[in-house]
Ligand binder design. Structure first.
Ligand SMILES: NC(=O)c1ccc[n+]([C@@H]2O[C@H](COP(=O)([O-])OP(=O)(O)OC[C@H]3O[C@@H](n4cnc5c(N)ncnc54)[C@H](OP(=O)(O)O)[C@@H]3O)[C@@H](O)[C@H]2O)c1
Length: 313
């Protein structure tokens, strides 16, 4: 609820200077908040590398950007399906081989409100698998590259993190017994956020330099949940759409976390009015259960086992 750090209008992209020479890597950037964030970065002279799951949607997004910014627009993509661990590994390798440096790696992609429990090919509940496990592996594979230049990681969370049981359901992480589209989505965002703050702790203990920031877009008019939600969810989203803010404004918190100086690592940034759904961008209240370390350590271990990766700190 604090916008004072940026004045009464909160943070806006006007605060960003020239980003020429900087490179931002964003997951799920062919549409929604990720696509709008891409445009803000391009407007400021930066280069953007998208990690998207659909080749046709990626090409359509690049075509749209070319129309807006010209044929030499500094935007490209690699295919990455966060639901498939091998796809994440391949995409990470392509980034390592082709992207000279990363100024911020933004974990933006997500699915939401999946109507009935679905499992990825590795057997993960789909929202946990894509939103948390996929990003967990991606960050493991790209961390050293980000760290080499002491840069940033941005994790896009959601206020959904506090709408379920307000704890990690580690004893039934796939929600086999109590699957519920909203709670299970919220739980996947909670897992992402718990992991992000635990990564901060471990970075600090290990004396590393990478900064991690966590944000949320509030309620933004994007395609989130449009395909995977049940009928009630889709009707609800249509009814609530006029109250939500634009996808462009929804992108500002992640752009801010990728570019702004003097943010608090244990902060949680996003719109600060109407129950943090819209309004000026600033610091929002973070519920303390997100920062508890014991469940975070267990989640970390389970995530390493699930994704067959090991962090070296
Ligand atoms: N919109 C809101 O009101 C709201 C509220 C709270 C939090 N958020 C968060 O904001 C972030 C951005 O969401 P958005 O609203 O912009 O949603 P969106 O318009 O649906 O965009 C989501 C992006 O993620 C991609 N994606 C989905 N599954 C993927 C996978 N398996 N592998 C790789 N990419 C995948 C989508 O690709 P396709 O186009 O191929 O599907 C799309 O590019 C998410 O983290 C979301 O949880 C949004």
């Amino acid at each position: 609820m604090d916008t004072s750090m940026f004045g009464k209008d909160g943070w806006t992209p006007d605060r960003i200077g020239d980003l020429t020479g900087k490179t931002y890597v964003i997951t799920g950037a062919n549409t929604g908040a990720g696509f709008e964030a891409t445009k803000v970065f391009l407007n400021k002279g930066a280069e953007v590398v998208m990690l998207n799951r659909s080749e046709s949607k990626s090409k359509a997004a690049i075509a749209q950007l070319k129309e807006e910014y010209g044929n030499d627009v500094k935007a490209s993509f690699f295919i990455m399906d966060l639901a498939e661990l091998d796809s994440v590994r391949t995409a990470a390798q392509q980034v390592l081989e082709n992207v000279p440096h990363i100024d911020a790696l933004i974990c933006n992609a997500a699915i939401a409100q999946v109507a009935k429990q679905q499992l990825t090919s590795a057997g993960f509940e789909s929202q946990l698998g894509i939103n948390h496990y996929g990003h967990f592996l991606l960050l493991n594979l790209l961390f050293d590259k980000v760290e080499a230049e002491g840069k940033r990681i941005v994790v896009v969370g959601s206020n959904g993190y506090k709408m379920g049981d307000k704890r990690l359901q580690l004893e039934d992480i796939n929600f086999d017994k109590n699957y519920n589209p909203m709670n299970t989505y919220g739980h996947s965002k909670l897992a992402q956020m718990v992991f992000a703050y635990e990564l901060q702790n471990r970075i600090q203990i290990a004396g590393k330099k990478t900064e991690i920031y966590v944000c949320h877009p509030g309620a933004a008019r994007t395609t989130l949940g449009a395909e995977e939600g049940n009928l009630i969810t889709r009707i609800l989203f249509k009814v609530l759409a006029p109250l939500a803010q634009s996808a462009e404004r929804g992108s500002w918190p992640e752009v801010m976390c990728a570019t702004e100086n003097n943010l608090k690592e244990k902060g949680y940034y996003g719109p600060t009015k109407r129950m943090d759904m819209s309004g000026p961008i600033g610091e929002c209240k973070l519920e303390p259960f997100v920062l508890e370390r014991e469940p975070a350590k267990k989640l970390w271990q389970m995530s390493e086992e699930a994704t067959n990766c090991k962090w070296n700190f």
